[in-house]
Design a binder for this molecule. Structure first.
Ligand code: ZN
Length: 434
């Protein structure tokens, strides 16, 4: 009994710490007065039915009211912006991105990180959870950017970062790795299980997860295999940030995930990117892609190389990923049907992996999730409210009083076709139109 009480208290303390660590300060103030967005269809991110002819009221970077226009009183000093004909959803949350440097980085490192964040925000992704820095220097720059955003007003995508991946050759090293990450104020802990001989043993990553829990930090794991997913959850891991791709998920996994409220992040575009450049993909010509060329051009030029495309075509490992992606689609549908918490995530800008476009691929990811069998409403919820729940981001992911005023305004209704998320009118962060 005593043990049960202790562990419950420890869990509560951990949850509290995690929540406070990720909260943005009250200083997201905007100098202007309140703003009322009127006449839009609003999809609030919770999965609730859309509100037609709604008004959203914002002040000091936060939402203060939302509802049918008839029910929201607009203060006399508010600036009114007509949104008739638009659909407004919460700014998108990418639960698995990377804001870091790689071999193809051309800009100085700080400018590179800022450019990646700009690409995300240009495409309506207003929060990114970066799950792995490449170097200690860009890890530190990420924390610096994050602090500036949280004490000021972000002018581009909000950065939540795990810093470098936690790792160790012994349980003690794994614990020390987590301790270091907490000392530099990582928002969460990410680690890798690849299903290879050089993986951390369950004993080692069990210590890693235990140390993170003790310190009030949530853990996210890279997995491929069903058995590794189960072991990671048994050890207390909070989120699987890739799909199970070796076999069908079973009721045992589903039960474990639901019982422990485990988040599942499919990252379907990650697998797409492994094989899609065996030829020139048609989407390179899409205007919606091309508006990101200021960030994408360097990698497009590399991937245009016919020799590289031929290598991709002839690689058995690459071709095997096509099968893995089919398995991922099937598992996503099964887990969503079972009521498992799904978060949109992409692995975009992963260091030294080509062709994972920050911003553009989040829209492809949502389309692929719909093709796997999710409804547009399920997809939107996974990219907003449920993404925030998985990553314990209490301030974002919903259009509700008290939440940050991070909004994606669309010219078409994504509930009728998920590709309408690409019809971007404007992106708002902390109540400010970018
Ligand atoms: Zn990743």
């Amino acid at each position: 009994m005593i043990q049960t009480h202790l562990s419950r208290r420890a869990i509560c303390a951990a949850a509290f710490l995690a929540a406070t660590a990720l909260a943005w300060g009250p200083s997201q103030a905007q100098q202007n007065g309140p703003v009322a967005l009127t006449g839009a269809r609003v999809i609030d991110g919770t999965g609730a039915a859309a509100i037609e002819n709604a008004t959203i009221l914002m002040a000091n970077g936060r939402i203060t009211a939302v509802g049918p226009s008839a029910s929201v009183t607009i203060p006399a000093n508010a600036t009114r912006v007509s949104m008739t004909g638009k659909t407004i959803v919460p700014g998108l949350i990418n639960t698995h991105g990377h804001v870091t440097v790689d071999d193809n980085t051309k800009l100085p490192m700080p400018a590179h990180l800022q450019q990646v964040l700009k690409a995300y925000s240009d495409y309506g992704v207003t929060t990114v959870v970066s799950l792995g820095s490449s170097t200690l220097a860009d890890e530190a720059e990420g924390f610096r950017i994050r602090e500036a955003q949280r004490t000021g007003v972000p002018d581009r995508t909000r950065l939540v970062t795990a810093g470098m991946n936690a790792i160790g050759k012994t349980p003690e090293e794994a614990r020390a790795s987590v301790a270091r990450l907490q000392s530099v104020k990582a928002d969460l802990i990410k680690y890798h299980i690849n299903g290879r001989a050089d993986d951390m043993t369950p004993e080692i990553y069990g210590a890693l997860v235990d140390e993170a829990k003790k310190r009030g930090l949530m853990t996210a794991v890279h997995i491929f295999y069903l058995k590794d997913a189960k072991l990671a959850i048994e050890k207390g891991t909070n989120a699987l940030v890739h799909s199970v791709r070796d076999q069908d998920v079973d009721t045992q996994l589903i039960d474990m995930m639901k019982r422990n409220n485990i988040g599942y992040v499919p990252t379907l575009t990650r697998d797409l990117s492994v094989f899609v450049y065996e030829t020139e993909p048609a989407f390179w010509q899409e205007p919606f892609f091309r508006k990101g060329l200021y960030r994408y051009q360097t990698e497009v030029d590399i991937l245009k190389n016919p020799k590289l495309q031929e290598e991709t075509r002839n690689s058995p490992a690459v071709q095997n990923i096509k099968k893995a992606l089919l398995q991922a689609n099937k598992n996503l549908k099964a887990l969503a049907d079972a009521g498992v918490l799904i978060g949109m995530g992409t692995d975009t800008s992963s260091p030294n992996d080509l062709g994972r476009w920050p911003g553009y691929f989040e829209h492809v990811e949502m389309e692929m999730m719909a093709q796997a069998g999710l409804t547009p409403m399920q997809v939107i919820k996974s990219a907003t409210g449920d993404a925030a729940r998985i990553m314990k981001l209490n301030d974002v992911g919903a259009i509700a009083p008290g939440k940050a005023a991070d909004l994606l305004v669309l010219n078409a209704n994504p509930l009728t076709n998920i590709r309408n998320t690409r019809e971007i009118d404007s992106v708002w962060i902390a109540g400010r139109k970018l």
